[in-house]
Design a protein around this ligand. Structure first.
Ligand SMILES: *[C@@H]1O[C@H](CO)[C@@H](O)[C@H](O)[C@H]1NC(C)=O
Ligand SMILES: *[C@@H]1O[C@H](CO)[C@@H](O)[C@H](O)[C@H]1NC(C)=O
Ligand SMILES: *[C@@H]1O[C@H](CO)[C@@H](O)[C@H](O)[C@H]1NC(C)=O
Ligand SMILES: *[C@@H]1O[C@H](CO)[C@@H](O)[C@H](O)[C@H]1NC(C)=O
Ligand SMILES: *[C@@H]1O[C@H](CO)[C@@H](O)[C@H](O)[C@H]1NC(C)=O
Ligand SMILES: *[C@@H]1O[C@H](CO)[C@@H](O)[C@H](O)[C@H]1NC(C)=O
Ligand SMILES: *[C@@H]1O[C@H](CO)[C@@H](O)[C@H](O)[C@H]1NC(C)=O
Length: 380
């Protein structure tokens, strides 16, 4: 593991001369074949970049692997840390969103997600990290079928939640067409239809990781000075764990050993006061490496009531159109430099008993179309 970064730059340098010669050779052939009339090629010909796909010379990109692979944790993270940082230049031009589900067991809201994904094959990939003891069956025709990744126990507030998140990101990085990565749980729902969410995320050059710093007991009060000098008190940040990140940041996160090992030693839930690494690791890591392209806000809505350790949940009595009006436009923010009220794209925590009403409301809320196989009629 120690050699990851060095190996990466070594391998990259080694591959460069070949790649350059071959890219340009192919460009020459393409030119000769008259492909130059294609506007896409024209606009990119100077860099020779689009040819990388059609050539089998490439960076040490990982071989495709089955989702239930046999790789050790070390090998998985090692391979993912080599993954190209930009998808649409290196591989197919279609960019996908990776939906990373960190779950305990069942996905009670799966029917709602099924309708959301319907008709958008090829624009998304799903990864599910349940508790390893979970042995529920997923129907063959489900979008979740075969999307389970090798998992380890992850417990609320513990460092193993971060490890599970890194495992999800690493698995998704192995598919080089995944460009955006969103972390979700079994209680999350999308607030808009697929096209809307896809457009919003793929056209953004920022990641959506909440991040703030203050001196309260709930923030700086959890900082352990033993983390200095690598993590100073000023770098200590806090956020909700529900991130949405781009590929470049995903590669950074799976490549990190330095900061994670400090969290593994000095941010433990068993301490007094407890330190919850899932609320601090990613925002603090980003501050420590001075990662700039972040919006500092999350696209996942959570309703917090003051003084509570857990957020509010929505059940069958709460799911009414007004709730969605309220949640969807709950904030003011900027998107690509423009002021907007569309700041959150997902919401939690929805209880299993909210499913029936969600299915009825889905078409009215334009989250999906009314379809024959999910006929739910509103009573009144
Ligand atoms: C690249 O290699 C793969 C597997 O080795 C092969 O299936 C594919 O057709 C090759 N692509 C090109 C453009 O030669
Ligand atoms: C995992 O390894 C075992 C034993 O080495 C092998 O039987 C199995 O086919 C492998 N599974 C995958 C998905 O590679
Ligand atoms: C992101 O895009 C906006 C608008 O296109 C631009 O002003 C900004 O500089 C970009 N930010 C980064 C980090 O590229
Ligand atoms: C997010 O916070 C960082 C660090 O404080 C800052 O550099 C960056 O400009 C902020 N991003 C936006 C979009 O405000
Ligand atoms: C958003 O801004 C509008 C005015 O532009 C204001 O009326 C509204 O209260 C703001 N909403 C929130 C949640 O701050
Ligand atoms: C998707 O949502 C957007 C924004 O709510 C809406 O304008 C659009 O009509 C919806 N598309 C479909 C196919 O429902
Ligand atoms: C499915 O819906 C379409 C259009 O709403 C309708 O024409 C068709 O008869 C329906 N099929 C079944 C099996 O209900």
């Amino acid at each position: 593991m120690k050699a990851t970064r060095q190996d990466r730059s070594k391998a990259t340098n080694h591959a460069k001369p070949h790649y350059f010669i071959c890219s340009c050779l192919l460009f020459f052939f393409a030119f000769a074949l008259g492909m130059v009339s294609n506007p896409y090629l024209q606009s990119h010909h100077e860099s020779c970049k689009p040819f990388k796909t059609s050539l089998n010379f490439s960076l040490p990109a990982p071989e495709p692997v089955s989702l239930m692979h046999n790789m050790s944790e070390e090998e998985l993270l090692w391979r993912a840390s080599f993954a190209p940082k930009i998808s649409h230049v290196l591989s197919s031009r279609v960019q996908k969103i990776a939906f990373l589900f960190l779950t305990r067991g069942d996905l009670p809201l799966a029917p709602f997600w099924e309708e959301f994904f319907k008709g958008h094959d090829g624009l998304y990939s799903i990864y599910v990290h349940p508790d390893p003891a979970y042995n529920g069956l997923i129907p063959r025709n489900s979008v979740f079928f075969g999307r389970r990744i090798p998992s380890k126990p992850a417990r609320w507030g513990q460092i193993n939640v971060i490890e599970a998140e890194r495992r999800l990101i690493a698995n998704a990085l192995l598919d080089s067409s995944n460009e955006r990565f969103v972390l979700l749980s079994e209680s999350c729902i999308p607030l808009y239809n697929f096209s809307m969410i896809y457009t919003y995320l793929v056209n953004s050059n920022l990641s959506y990781v909440g991040s703030f710093h203050d001196t309260s007991p709930g923030c700086l009060g959890r900082y352990n000075p033993a983390m200095a000098p690598q993590i100073t008190a000023e770098k200590w940040h806090k956020a909700s764990q529900w991130f949405e990140i781009n590929r470049a940041l995903a590669v950074e996160i799976v490549s990190d050993e330095k900061y994670l090992s400090l969290f593994q030693k000095f941010c433990l839930i068993s301490w007094k006061p407890p330190c919850f690494s899932d609320e601090h690791y990613i925002p603090t890591f980003m501050a420590a490496i001075s990662w700039r392209s972040n919006s500092n806000r999350s696209v996942t809505y959570t309703k917090w009531s003051s003084g509570q350790a857990h957020p509010a949940s929505f059940g069958k009595h709460d799911v009414i159109p007004e709730l969605f009006e309220k949640i969807r436009y709950s904030e003011n923010c900027t998107y690509n430099g423009v002021n907007t009220k569309v700041c959150v794209l997902f919401a939690r925590k929805f209880l299993p008993d909210s499913l029936d009403l969600l299915m009825k409301l889905g078409p009215d809320l334009k989250i999906f179309k009314q379809t024959n196989d999910s006929i739910y009629h509103r009573d009144a």
